[in-house]
Ligand binder design. Structure first.
Ligand code: C5P
Length: 232
């Protein structure tokens, strides 16, 4: 996979205008943008349509975590947005994850649209590592696989473990990416882009190190350069 198809930029900004400015600056170097609760609560599906009109793929990161029936409904609604990827929280348990997977498959067929990749969040990268972190991440990754999900979100620190146990083909998405010298903010299980590449992550999610840089394009180019000089 080319480096630029591995980089996902998290559009955690207040306004559609701000998002648009960043997308335009990154235009030809980033293909996938993550829309999370920050921007989605402010602007809803219109922000997704706006990005798609610019030819971008969308990762909707709302981390659905509710009773199976509600999550299935949310996933059905999300499928109609023609997303590339969406998240559910793997803490929700097997029945909830199965409901999400089934809803995505059925709704994609019913609407005749591509099915988004369904990714389970394991343990937030803002939570500090403790003695149980690896076990919980692995337990939730196994649950996600059993439920028919396409992959999980895990920090760089657990990515190699998940890859070793679940093999190739199970997607690993890694946030908490911090190029050397950038502020970790609230991220506790953070790592550099090069370390993420080595750990076996398929997709790297980067927010603040790009969107809060005074020159987002230069920041993204630095990350892409680091990725290309550290092939997986
Ligand atoms: O700004 P930063 O690079 O820390 O952004 C990381 C993004 O990844 C945020 O949008 C956050 O919501 C998301 N995320 C995360 N940890 C997870 C799942 C998603 O940081 N486990």
């Amino acid at each position: 996979m080319k480096e630029r198809s591995r980089l996902i930029v998290a559009l955690d900004v207040d306004t559609f205008d701000e998002a648009r400015r960043i997308i335009d600056e990154l235009g030809d170097i980033v293909d996938i943008f993550k829309v999370g609760s920050h921007l989605f609560v402010a602007h809803g599906p219109s922000v997704i349509r706006g990005l798609q009109a610019k030819g971008k793929k969308i990762f909707l990161d709302l981390k659905f975590h509710d009773i199976p029936n509600t999550v299935a409904g949310a996933v059905r609604s999300a499928v109609s947005l023609r997303l590339f990827m969406l998240t559910v929280h793997a803490q929700g348990g097997l029945e909830m994850l199965q409901a999400a997977s089934k809803a995505a498959k059925e709704q994609a067929v019913a609407l005749d649209v591509p099915r988004p990749l369904i990714i389970g969040v394991t343990v937030l990268t803002s939570q500090a590592r403790d003695a149980d972190t690896n076990d919980i991440v692995m337990q939730r990754a196994l649950l996600a696989k059993q439920a028919g999900l396409d992959g999980v979100v895990a920090s760089v620190e657990e990515a190699a473990l998940v890859r070793g146990r679940l093999g190739q083909g199970f997607i690993i998405v890694t946030p908490g990416i911090r190029p050397a010298g950038t502020d970790a903010g609230d991220q506790k299980r953070a790592a550099t882009p090069a370390a993420a590449m080595k750990s076996g992550s398929d997709f790297l999610v980067v927010g603040r190190p790009i969107v809060q840089d005074k020159d987002p394009r230069a920041a993204a180019l630095r990350i892409l350069k680091e990725l290309s000089s550290h092939p997986p």
